[in-house]
Structure formats: C-alpha cells, structure tokens
Write a protein that binds this ligand. Structure first.
Ligand code: G3I
Length: 359
C-alpha cells in the first residue's frame, strides 16, 4: 500500500547492490518483529533519502523538526510546517509517525522559561506554560502522531545526582515537571502512547535510575506507556548482556520498550565525557572496521529479535552515513559511520548482517 515510488528511484535501490538479488527491505524483513523507523529532517523527504525511507522503513521520527525550538517562535507564533511535511510523508507512505520531543532541556529557547521582562517564571507559571504548549502541539497533530517522547533526558549521568538538576526545568519546577508533562499530555490526547526517552540505558547506573523513576510514576498512577532507549551506542559499550538486561528490566514494568535513536559509533564511548578529551583523528573506513560494525549490529539485532515480544519499535537516528549527527556533533568535523547505509547510499556489511538471519 505504501510503495508509491518512482521507477528511477526504484532502479537505484534495486541496482545499488553488490549482490545479485534485489536489496531486501528492512521493514519487510522485520515485519513480524517490530516496525523499523528512521529519524530525518524535512530535507530528506526527497531524492535518494526518500527512496530508502520508502523502501526500508515503516516508521518516521522528526530528528529536529518537532522539537520546541522548531515548533514555537514566540508565545504568539507556532511553526508546524516542517513537522507537517514529515507527517504528510509518513501518511502518504503508510508509515507510523513518532513525536520527538515535548519537554527537553535542550533545543528549548531561553525565553520559554521567562516572562516578558526576562525574569524566570514561577513554578506554577512554568507548569502552566508547559501545559499550554503540550496542548497546542498535541491538538495540532491529533490523530496523526501515535506516540510522543514526552520527556527527554531528565535523568543525570553517573551516580552523584538522580535527576539532571542543572537545567531550567528542574531549577524552576524541581522533579515535578516530569510527572506533570505526562499528565498534561494524557489529558490533551488520551489516545497516544507516552514515552520517557533517554540515552545510555544499557549502563546499569542510569538504567536503574530510570527504572526507579518510571516505577514510581506507575505506582502513583501517572500515565506513562513506554520507555525509549535511545541507543547511541559504540562498538565498545553495547553487548548482548547489557542490552538484554535493560530490555528485560524495563519490560518487567509492563510498559512498552522501544529503541528510539539507534546508531553505533566507531569511536570510543562518549556519553558524559569531556568532549575536548575525545580522539579527534578520523578513522578510515577499512574492511576491518566495516566488519567490526557489522558484527556489533548482528549482536544487537540478535538480541532485539529474541526480545521482540517486549519491543514495539526500533528507530535508526538517520538513514545513511552521509547525514549523521555523530559526524559533527560529538567531535566537530570527525567522520563517523554509525548507520546501515554508507554516504553513497549503499548498504553496508552491517546492513546484510541485520537482514540475513535464519528464522
Ligand atoms: O539548522 C541549523 C542551521 O541553520 C545552522 O546553520 C547550523 C549551524 O550550526 O545549525 C543547524 O542546526 C543544528 C541542527 O542540529 C540541525 O542540523 C544545530 O546547530 C544542532 O545543535 C542540532 O543538533 C541536533 C541535536 O540533537 C541537538 O541536541 C542533532 O541534529 C540531532 O540529531 C540531535 O538529536 C538528539 C535527540 O534529539 C535526543 N537524543 C540525542 C540525539 C543526539 O544528540
């Protein structure tokens, strides 16, 4: 039903393959396991990116276009155009649409927390503004976005602090902003699935904090339906044991588990690290590196298939290595190769390891 794709692009997909058979579709290969998604921006809804999206993915996330900074320009001006392009594309091609994200300390403009004189709002005022914002956004996308990352990255790294405290949401509202966001989202639209989303959840310290927070929310009757494990792993951190343990623990709460931002960096672990100390040298993409990445993806997807009854979605944070936040953000200018398709839109060895498995 969704394969509305031009002949030229189809040919590119079918011939951009070193093997003789056509390239299998990720989404079809994983149909009986879970939807496969990709996070993109509106500029990727054309050309080869869109061809790959249509062929391989059954779910779409806005990498940036539904964040607060892109959605609201001032108290008088919302800007839904970019997000709408994504939703339109998803609908045209029979894809699910995930919303990302309603409440995050990052990519939220400074004025959002302040009054017209530049003074911080009171806790009550900020919670009211949050409620108003969530209602506006969920009203706008009603019936078109099936799940939202309601709160993103509220838990601190390491063991010194439980919540991330050096952010405006916490400074003004304390930890209560987290629960309130879910309550407001549910009252705005009780039909959508509400996720808490965070990174490094294979790390037992952070994993257990998220477990504890979500358990408490469930015990208190807060409407929360899922935990998004972002992914953003590296060759050295994710493995069969820590991934399985995290999925099992979160699923034991009775909530959905999704991998929401999957990519695997070929550089060392970088979460909670001083970025100036991270290696700056660009690794060449050698056959050895390609194999290491492929083996790691194989290990990850073996776990995901095995645990598929507990998983309701796996979304890659991007489509090809040509456009990945990892090539510019963690270390400026450093090229990374974290996805299944290379910068020339060709499937990598990792792709084949993900699609070629024995049932
Ligand atoms: O669009 C502007 C462009 O006009 C300007 O010229 C350029 C100059 O720097 O910036 C562009 O905006 C950048 C935007 O990405 C689009 O490329 C922002 O500076 C940059 O900060 C922004 O980075 C995004 C990052 O979130 C911000 O924290 C990444 O694309 C996006 O992949 C990343 O996504 C996050 C998830 O939302 C949450 N989990 C972690 C994940 C990775 O950091």
């Amino acid at each position: 039903m969704k394969k509305n794709i031009s002949l030229a692009l189809t040919l590119v997909i079918l011939t951009a393959c070193h093997k003789e058979a056509p390239i299998p579709s990720l989404e079809e290969r994983y149909e009986k396991y879970f939807p496969i998604g990709a996070a993109v921006g509106q500029k990727q809804l054309q050309g080869l990116d869109s061809a790959l999206l249509i062929h391989h993915f059954s779910s779409l996330t806005a990498e940036n276009d539904m964040k607060v900074s892109r959605t609201i320009k001032s108290m008088q001006e919302f800007s839904f155009t970019a997000g709408e392009h994504l939703v339109d594309f998803a609908e045209r091609h029979g894809m699910q649409m995930r919303g990302h994200t309603l409440v995050w300390y990052h990519q939220t403009p400074g004025w959002f927390y302040r009054d017209s004189l530049g003074h911080y709002l009171s806790k009550e005022q900020l919670l009211q503004r949050m409620r108003w914002y969530i209602h506006q956004v969920l009203d706008h996308y009603r019936g078109r976005v099936y799940a939202w990352d309601v709160v993103n990255e509220a838990i601190a790294d390491g063991s010194a602090m439980f919540y991330r405290q050096n952010i405006d949401w916490y400074r003004v509202c304390g930890q209560e902003y987290i629960k309130k966001a879910f309550v407001y989202a549910h009252e705005a639209d009780p039909t959508i699935k509400l996720f808490y989303n965070d990174y490094d959840l294979i790390n037992p310290v952070k994993r257990d904090k998220v477990y504890k927070m979500v358990k408490k929310m469930i015990d208190e009757g807060i409407p929360i339906h899922g935990i998004g494990m972002q992914g953003h792993w590296t060759l050295e951190d994710v493995n069969e044991q820590n991934l399985s343990a995290a999925i099992d623990l979160f699923a034991s709460l009775g909530v959905e588990v999704q991998i929401t931002e999957l990519d695997i960096s070929v550089y060392p672990y970088y979460h909670n690290m001083d970025r100036s100390t991270l290696p700056k040298e660009v690794k060449p993409y050698t056959p050895e590196l390609a194999k290491q990445l492929a083996d790691k993806y194989e290990e990850v997807f073996q776990v995901l298939r095995k645990k598929s009854e507990k998983i309701t979605g796996v979304t890659f944070w991007g489509v090809t290595d040509k456009k990945t936040w990892l090539s510019n953000y963690v270390v400026k200018g450093r090229t990374d190769y974290p996805l299944l398709f290379d910068s020339l839109y060709q499937p990598k060895e990792a792709f084949w390891k993900v699609v070629e498995f024995v049932e």
